[in-house]
Design a protein around this ligand. Sequence first.
Ligand SMILES: Nc1ncnc2c1ncn2[C@@H]1O[C@H](COP(=O)(O)OP(=O)(O)OP(=O)(O)O)[C@@H](O)[C@H]1O
Ligand SMILES: [Mg+2]
Length: 261
Amino acid sequence: MSLELSGISAGYGTGPVLHDINLVVPPGEIVTLIGANGAGKSTLAKTISGLLPSLSGQILWNGQRIDRLPTAERLSRGIAHVPEGRQLFTGMTVEDNLGLGASIRPRGQPEPSARAEALRLFPVIAERLGDMAGNFSGGQQQMLAIARGLMSSPHLIILDEPSLGLAPKLVAEIFDLIKGLRDRGMSILLAEQNARAALSIADRGAVIENGRIVLEGKASDLLHSSDIAERYLGVGVAATADPAEVAKMAARLRAFVWEKG
Ligand SMILES: Nc1ncnc2c1ncn2[C@@H]1O[C@H](COP(=O)(O)OP(=O)(O)OP(=O)(O)O)[C@@H](O)[C@H]1O
Ligand SMILES: [Mg+2]
């Protein structure tokens, strides 16, 4: 199943934030949407899942228009959204949080196979089903948010900044899991500021700036594009051991300080 956006604009009453967005998420691929704070990543995620109405354009899912359908209907057709900041109910148990992801099913019970699969993917959740979600660490909460998203057995999962606030080791773990979801045939739209990590697992990438897609292509090409490196990858180079990159970052930093000074 393929997701296709054409000419999408959307916003919040103060005028459009997204302008003429064209984007395709092919079946079984990871497409990453990269952009800085306020670029429009979450707005686009909400527009696809239906939390925010689009103002113009079309969203096709499996060839059918879904842009006028309510969120619950899009969810039941296989589009799940794991929102930014996890949005868990920290005063509820892990089990109850998981159950909420299945709210579209009769009596809100998760499909047994979806639940079993999520618990297999996230053993830490399986071990602590009776614990309060608020007692989980940031990384564990992110895993719970993704597991909750899987409860509806989606074909497409929209992940909004899953790496936010996590230590590099946990980011790697979460990103490995995301690759695992693709390997099971799921399509993934991954909104991220962490461009390097996202592009390194994605099939395709799109760069969003001020609500417009300004660059789009194969993830491996974007990863090696000097444009992207200058604008987005600089943030991540401190985490690399590559001496050439460290030297480049140091030079940029010196230039910056020199200009400001
Ligand atoms: N509820 C809202 N009401 C009004 N404006 C909003 C609302 N949410 C976001 N915006 C505005 O829309 C623009 C895009 O915001 P959005 O949250 O989509 O960015 P983002 O790319 O997800 O950023 P971040 O990386 O910080 O999460 C920003 O200018 C933001 O101020
Ligand atoms: Mg956001």
